[in-house]
Design a protein around this ligand. Structure first.
Ligand code: SAM
Ligand code: SF4
Ligand code: SF4
Length: 358
């Protein structure tokens, strides 16, 4: 049986047990970065088995996913999200695993949508999106990001390794756009030799669509995907490839801390982006905190340890006390894994992307 990342020992909050109650924005972390984003993973389960994220041989039938009672309840997620908003978070992204597998997700969206001054978004593999787009929009969701790594049906089925047809995801993107959840961002992870032949088909499909296609460098998240630097197709190579056919012009970042580098087609056919997490690391602008499905906080995508917030929530911490703990965790943060990647120890055990949500 594959061991679950929760078997990693979470950092004890003992040293933070005396964290004083806190009001107002969280102080910057040790590298001067403000806390502005929260990614909430609502489940560690997924209906896909993308080889770069949940390879089937590691996430098989006997894989120990979190039991339902371990998951944070919607009321608990909302309580925590409100504390984060008070600390300065302005953007909340729901993710997973596959977030649309979490039962009654629109109920959670409705609860989170009531938090003032926070933009609420969702990242999904899109397979179930056509079915849920309306309920999500009615609950108050404003935008979605859909992951789509290939346009060719055979390649797509191979990528998700569950024989899901690409037509379902394309229908999901259309449904989301029709509901006003746009512009839809479409994220494609490119793994050299696997789906690099899909770059131009994806470009052709999404030019003039109003959706924003973004190519993501394949990252060494988790410990199960057998990542090798040779498998990474650098963002610059992706851009050069596209530029040779459809000339591109650089755009300014949309906001501080944006991870995607933005480009526009010179002929006015729309916008695309690249997320160069490996070759042009952006840790110095990293304003993100991550909450796992059972209430652990992670200050970096590449962390191996989390802080158990659920324990304190269930022990009756007040919002001000929770704020004190979170502010202390953020203030102590000095993560910059991607900038240090070249020095990283191979084989280090890390949390899985399917657990923490990208
Ligand atoms: N299941 C949803 C989905 O696929 O959109 C949400 C969770 S998924 C972990 C979030 C994002 O992480 C997806 O866009 C996925 O492509 C990306 N991702 C997963 N593993 C990755 C890897 N090794 N390198 C780069 N991106 C990865
Ligand atoms: Fe599932 Fe998303 Fe991971 Fe693919 S990337 S296995 S869809 S969680
Ligand atoms: Fe942020 Fe860690 Fe990614 Fe750097 S490696 S951008 S610190 S999550």
């Amino acid at each position: 049986m594959t061991s679950h990342p929760t078997h990693l020992h979470p950092v004890s909050l003992d040293r933070l047990r005396t964290a004083p109650a806190h009001a107002g924005e969280a102080p910057p972390d040790r590298l001067g970065r403000a806390m502005r984003d929260l990614r909430i993973s609502v489940t560690d389960r997924c209906n896909f088995r993308c080889s770069y994220c949940m390879p089937r041989d590691q996430f098989g039938r006997d894989h120990a996913f979190l039991p339902r009672e371990a998951l944070l309840r919607f009321e608990e997620i909302t309580q925590i999200a409100r504390v984060f908003a008070g600390l300065g978070v302005r953007k909340i992204r729901l993710t997973g695993g596959e977030p649309l597998l979490r039962k009654n997700l629109p109920d959670l969206v409705a609860m989170l949508a009531e938090i003032p001054d926070v933009e609420l978004t969702l990242t999904t593999n899109g397979a179930l999106l056509a079915r849920h787009a309306r309920a999500l929009r009615e609950a108050g969701l404003r935008r979605v990001t859909v992951s789509l790594d290939a346009l060719d049906d055979a390649v797509f089925r191979q990528m998700n390794d569950m024989d899901f047809p690409v037509a379902d995801v394309l229908a999901g993107i259309d449904a989301a756009a029709a509901e006003g959840l746009g512009p839809v961002k479409v994220n494609a992870v490119i793994r050299r030799g696997l789906n690099d032949g899909q770059i131009l088909p994806l470009v052709r499909h999404f030019r003039n669509s109003g959706h924003i296609l973004r190519f993501i460098e394949y990252m060494d998240v988790g410990s199960t995907n057998g990542w090798r630097l040779d498998d990474v197709l650098p963002a610059q190579a992706i851009l050069d490839h596209i530029h040779a056919v459809h000339p591109l012009q650089a755009l300014e970042p949309g906001y501080g801390g944006e991870v995607a580098e933005r480009w526009r087609y010179a002929d006015g056919a729309g916008e695309i982006g690249v997320i160069a997490s490996v070759t042009r690391a952006f840790c110095r602008d990293c304003t993100r905190m991550r909450l796992s499905p059972e209430g652990r906080l992670f200050t970096c995508l590449f962390a191996s340890q989390g802080y158990d917030l659920r324990e304190h929530l269930r022990a009756g911490d007040s919002p001000a006390q929770l704020a004190g703990r979170i502010a202390a965790i953020w203030a102590a943060r000095s993560d910059r894994y991607s900038e240090l990647r070249s020095e990283a120890t191979p084989g280090t055990r890390r949390i899985e992307m399917s657990y923490i949500g990208g």
